[in-house]
Design a protein around this ligand. Structure first.
Ligand code: PLP
Length: 386
């Protein structure tokens, strides 16, 4: 089989990067290596690894397999694929998006360090900064990341080690100009991390725009079928990659083989799913054309994604009632699966931000628009709106 390389298109990489047919059997899908340990050919004689920069691609950096916390071939296949899709040097797959975030923060930050975070970040990310990292002496400052002038001012005021960005944000869908923020962060001596969960690498590649690290909850669009929880980090710098891999192994937060396999199965259809998510979401939210982030999003994204958030004119009670009235939109947390979901962020996904500067509006409803028939979805929402 011809080698897969960076010149291949996104859809080709999604299906083939890290997934060449099994050398022994020819199986076209990487097997689930449900194994904890590996036979060694003499002490230290590890088998089967691939060296950095080999023809197999830059994503796999191990010299052999010894123990699955350190490296596992199924996880390695997923990591190689994700590195290719984000145009990164290396990817690491985790047991959840939060585990990936934790690994990045504890690799980059030390007690006394300061981080700028979105003033409308995902509630779990806020909780990690506010309730966990704070205990270890890492402080944070919320900033509207869609406003580069505000980020510049915050960087001048607080000496930050890291600028943490989501774009679009969860759940308010603010859009950050990633290239502009990369310049601002770097000129202040900070790194830029981008949580690319909402866009997915198909719609937006933060490393190409100058970010230092990409974070994913692969639970969402990358996995795409609401059947697995996972996370990933992708970086351009091999030194940073080695430090992340060290902590991942030292603390044991890697994805298991079956979860990695399920995620890799989802990745294969990411492009076609995202096209359909975008098309359906644009129809559900025709008003997106007037979204304040539209111009920047159009500059750095291939499409606008499948998430729609809106404030119910009837207030909190009507917003909550609507969430319980849909037929096809399932009431539930999470997002990015083929099936449509509806939720009330204030009482569900973002309850942990209640009473904080990151509290979301009480009348907010969030939709994860799936890939069902769009007329059916619109009819469902119309009926639920009453
Ligand atoms: C933007 C974003 N980042 C990170 C996470 C955390 O990922 P996980 O739930 O896989 O730990 C989520 C989860 O909803 C999210 O929406």
């Amino acid at each position: 089989m011809a080698q897969i390389g960076p010149a291949d298109g996104f859809e080709t990489l999604a299906i083939h990067a890290g997934q060449e047919p099994d050398s022994q059997t020819g199986a076209v899908v990487p097997p689930i290596y449900q194994v904890s340990t590996y036979k060694q050919d003499g002490v230290g004689g590890l088998r089967g690894g691939r060296l950095a920069g080999s023809a197999a691609g830059p994503g796999r950096w191990i010299e052999g397999y010894e123990y699955s916390r350190t490296a596992n071939p199924t996880r390695g296949a997923l990591e190689e694929c994700l590195a290719a899709l984000e145009s990164g040097a290396r990817a690491l797959a985790f047991s959840s998006g939060m585990a990936a975030e934790d690994c990045l923060l504890r690799t980059v930050c030390r007690p006394g360090d300061h981080v700028l975070i979105p003033h409308d970040a995902y509630g779990g990310t806020y909780r990690l900064f506010d309730k966990v990292m704070g205990e270890w002496g890492v402080t944070y400052h919320p900033v509207p990341v869609s406003d580069p002038a505000a980020v510049r001012a915050a960087l001048a005021e607080h000496q930050a080690k890291l600028v943490w960005v989501e774009s679009p944000t969860n759940p308010l869908l603010s859009v950050a100009d990633i290239a502009a923020l990369a310049q601002l962060a770097h000129s202040a001596g900070a790194l830029l991390a981008v949580d690319n969960t909402f866009a997915s690498p198909y719609l937006q590649q933060p490393l190409v725009l100058g970010a230092d690290a990409v974070v994913h909850s692969t639970t969402k669009y990358i996995g795409g079928h609401s059947d697995v929880v996972g996370g990933a980090l992708v970086v351009a710098d091999t030194g940073l990659a080695a430090r992340l891999a060290f902590l991942q192994n030292a603390t044991g937060s890697a994805a298991g083989p079956f979860d990695a396999w399920l995620t890799l199965r989802g990745v294969k259809t990411l492009a076609v799913r995202m096209d359909r998510h975008c098309r359906n979401a644009e129809q559900v939210a025709a008003m997106l054309a007037n979204h304040p982030g539209h111009e920047v999003a159009a500059k750095q994204m291939r499409g606008f994604g499948g998430m729609v958030s809106f404030r119910h004119a009837g207030g909190e009670q009507d917003a909550v009632a609507m969430c319980g009235r849909t037929r096809l939109f399932t009431l539930g947390e999470s997002l990015g699966g083929v099936e449509s979901l509806i939720e009330h962020p204030g009482r569900m996904t973002h309850a942990s931000a209640a009473g904080s500067p990151l509290e979301v509006p009480a009348d907010l409803v969030r939709l994860s628009v799936g890939i069902e028939n769009c007329d059916d979805l619109i009819e469902d929402l119309r009926a639920a709106l009453g």
